[in-house]
Design a protein around this ligand. Structure first.
Ligand SMILES: [Zn+2]
Length: 402
């Protein structure tokens, strides 16, 4: 990334990394109206029915505990059994299934009755959610086949069923949150009449000193109107018909402001934020990471301040600061932590980690089911302290609890 004096005063850069082979700057702006929004309320759980089901494994176990909290499963993957030689258009096979598969999550078994289809089979009513992955397309049409294979986490077998109801149906699309670019200074591609022009651009945060420092997501929309801005001579306010592919929670504005002003100068400033904002904090820490610095040498001792590690995102904030100082980054999920421990992210391994106030993590990083936000994509069983210790151990990191 570069420093450009022309960026001074502007907070955001729109960079088109998508429509041609070279990245093209579309312009800079002071602000975006509609960038930060509060999430939609979580919809109520849905009801599904597995028809003609032959349950196995943990699903059978859940049936035995109907009416209690043990009649629950974190995940049921529904993989269609296609007819031989009749793979539907667009279906791509992979190791344990195909792209026609859908996943039910946070599932409670509500009731059971005999199936009319065949003796011994049952119809099961379930309550839970479908893990919608908009990037994979929405599950509107039931894939063709002779039934479904049911699988749990780690492809654990849960049996089969002949049909399902309630899963493959139209769902309301996420509401469009239109964005207005405030005080926009267009670059060459957007000079002249721009009404109707389609924009796809990464939104890049700019610091007060003009340094380019990290992304806030992708903006994809068409220009509705452009009018002179009150922000300054020659600048425009540009209304768009759409917005960010993933809007940011409104509390993140304050964290962006902190980075705009040069970044956190002391540790634990993230501790005042909730779970969701701590996650965004780590994302910003990642994108503001100084480039090209060598790792501190192997066998260094790092000290993790564990006082505020009340959730897994707090752990990522804390380890980032333990290794790389205030606002530091050292992974924001298990895969990223694994990458960071492999070197090149501030610390060469193996190293020693002294974890102060580890009793806090012992109390909070425990078994359970994690619903960190309204975004169902991230719901899964908790990351536990033991999971972290396993990764540290794989990388020969000596962890000393205090
Ligand atoms: Zn398929």
């Amino acid at each position: 990334m570069t420093t450009t004096s022309a960026l001074s005063g502007a907070r955001w850069l729109l960079l088109d990394e998508y429509t041609s082979e070279v990245d093209v700057t579309l312009g800079v702006c002071h602000d975006l109206d509609g960038l930060f929004v509060d999430p939609e309320p979580l919809p109520p759980p849905e009801t599904f029915t597995l028809l003609g089901c032959d349950p196995a494994g943990p699903l059978l176990e859940a049936l035995r505990h109907m009416g209690t909290e043990r009649a629950w499963l974190p995940s049921i993957a529904l993989t269609p059994v296609h007819r031989p030689q009749q793979r539907p258009t667009g279906c791509l096979p992979y190791e344990h299934g195909c792209t026609c598969e859908e996943e039910l999550i946070d599932v409670t078994v509500v009731s059971r009755r005999p199936s009319a289809a065949q003796d011994g089979l049952v119809n099961l009513d379930l309550r839970g959610y479908v893990r919608l992955l908009p990037e994979w397309g929405m599950p509107e049409e039931k894939p063709d086949g002779t039934g479904f294979r049911l699988a749990g986490l780690n492809n654990e077998k849960l049996g089969t069923c002949l049909d399902v109801a309630g899963v493959f149906r139209e769902r309301p699309a996420a509401p469009v949150r239109p964005v207005t670019l405030i005080g926009f200074r267009p670059e060459a591609p957007l000079l002249g009449a721009i009404e109707g022009r389609k924009i796809t651009a990464s939104l890049i945060a700019v610091q007060r000193d003009g340094r380019i420092a990290g992304g806030a997501g992708v903006l994809s929309a068409a220009v509705i109107s452009a009018r002179p801005s009150r922000s300054g001579a020659g600048l425009l306010d540009i209304a768009l018909d759409g917005g960010m592919e993933e809007p940011l929670p409104s509390g993140v504005r304050e964290i962006f402001q902190m980075w705009y002003d040069g970044g956190p100068a002391e540790p634990n400033l993230w501790a005042r934020y909730d779970r969701l904002l701590r996650h965004e904090w780590s994302g910003l820490a990642a994108s503001h990471r100084p480039q090209g610095l060598p790792d501190k040498p192997a066998a260094t001792t790092y000290r993790l301040d564990g006082r505020f590690v009340t959730d897994i995102d707090a752990f990522y904030c804390a380890i980032g600061e333990a290794i790389n100082g205030p606002g530091g980054y050292f992974g924001w999920n298990l895969d990223a932590l694994h990458d960071c421990l492999s070197g090149g992210w501030g610390a060469a391994g193996p190293f020693r980690l002294i974890w102060h106030h580890s009793d806090v993590a012992r109390r909070h990083l425990v078994p359970g089911y994690d619903r960190p936000s309204h975004d169902l994509r991230y719901w899964r069983p908790n990351v536990e302290l033991d999971d972290l210790l396993e990764i540290f151990s794989e990388h020969d990191i000596e962890v000393e609890f205090r």
